[in-house]
Design a protein around this ligand. Structure first.
Ligand code: 13P
Ligand code: SF4
Length: 328
């Protein structure tokens, strides 16, 4: 079992195909006082069995307040790690330990520490999509839901380092005019949208609104009708009087958009390859079978050093305090 976790990242135990996994998972959840938190980018069946589905901010708020004994985090590693940091006494499980994040990987803590030394009078604001080690080098964590408000709450003359997403950083810099130095990181999913194919789609669907996540590149954001986090995109589409939308973020979000708006049409924005929609290969490593095994055997578990938890918690708690103040 231990060998599996190290080499494969998940428990490779065959699941009986005759099992009703929804019923089995619900039974295990009750027996173990467990909660399933899922990001919008998870497969539809994982979203359907989850107790809470949300964006990075909502998921961390939920992880901080749950009274469950076990948190099964259906998302990627930095999200499960954040849940462990906020609820260190709980057992936090991730169905596949190899569910990483290209954005978090683009900012190794040792390289960032050198970068930070070159800008000693700057405050460090880090997007939550980063490792716990990076969070220990951070003053305030943010997500795409609260990044603008957090930056705007700082004194105007405050110099800022923004890491690791250069696209979100550039978007905020443009919106606020703040003095910001950007780390050169990006998300592989949001960077490969094809502007050309999206413009063609817009021409074919003149009534459709283009909704984009701020992790997308500036040339795409420039033509978007709405820019926001996954929750922002979902809420905007639900409130909008338009009936058709082109969705420029990971395609998993469309499941909730469609459930909340059965009469509206959602078109996934195409990437710059032969696929019709854009899936995050890390998020999609989690499956219902892996989730079932993970809850049944309580592995793989997120294990962290106490000192790392303490140091990484401070900038996340600052974010949660500010978000509460902003009513987010
Ligand atoms: P949000 O859920 O905060 O919108 O972030 C999107 C994302 O890329 C998560 O990995
Ligand atoms: Fe990371 Fe991008 Fe996948 Fe989100 S969508 S987990 S930022 S690689």
């Amino acid at each position: 079992m231990g060998e599996d976790l190290q080499t494969k990242g998940f428990l490779d135990i065959p699941v009986d195909l005759s099992l009703d996994l929804f019923a089995e998972i619900n039974k295990l959840k009750k027996e173990k006082n467990a909660i399933i938190l899922a990001h919008y980018y998870q497969d539809a069946d994982i979203q359907d069995i989850a107790d809470y589905i949300g964006d990075s901010l909502g998921l961390s708020q939920e992880a901080a307040k749950t009274d469950a004994d076990i948190i099964v985090f259906a998302g990627v590693h930095f999200m499960a790690e954040t849940a462990k940091i906020l609820s260190p006494t709980k057992k936090v499980l991730l169905p596949d330990l190899k569910a990483g994040c290209s954005l978090a990987d683009s900012c190794p803590a040792d390289k960032f520490a050198e970068f930070k030394k070159q800008h000693p009078d700057h405050l460090v604001i880090s997007y939550i999509n980063c490792t716990a080690e990076l969070k220990t080098l951070t003053d305030i964590v943010c997500t795409s839901t609260n990044a603008l408000q957090i930056i705007e709450s700082l004194p105007k003359e405050q110099k800022i380092i923004f890491a690791p997403d250069k696209n979100l950083g550039a978007y905020i810099k443009k919106k606020t005019g703040r003095d910001m130095v950007l780390w050169d990181g990006a998300c592989m999913v949001h960077e490969i949208f094809s502007l050309e194919k999206i413009v063609k789609l817009k021409n074919q669907h003149p009534g459709a609104l283009l909704l984009a996540h701020p992790e997308c590149e500036a040339n795409l954001l420039d033509i978007a009708d709405y820019i926001g986090s996954t929750t922002g995109i979902l809420n905007y589409a639900t409130k909008s009087s338009a009936n058709e939308f082109i969705v420029a973020t990971e395609a998993g979000i469309i499941h909730q958009m469609q459930l909340k708006n059965p009469n509206k049409t959602f078109i996934p924005a195409p990437p710059n390859n032969s696929c019709a929609c854009n899936d995050c290969p890390h998020m999609k490593l989690n499956t219902l079978e892996k989730l079932y095994n993970c809850l049944k055997y309580e592995q793989p578990e997120i294990l962290m050093d106490k000192d790392l938890i303490e140091k990484a918690r401070k900038p996340i708690e600052k974010m949660l305090e500010l978000s509460a103040k902003f009513g987010l």
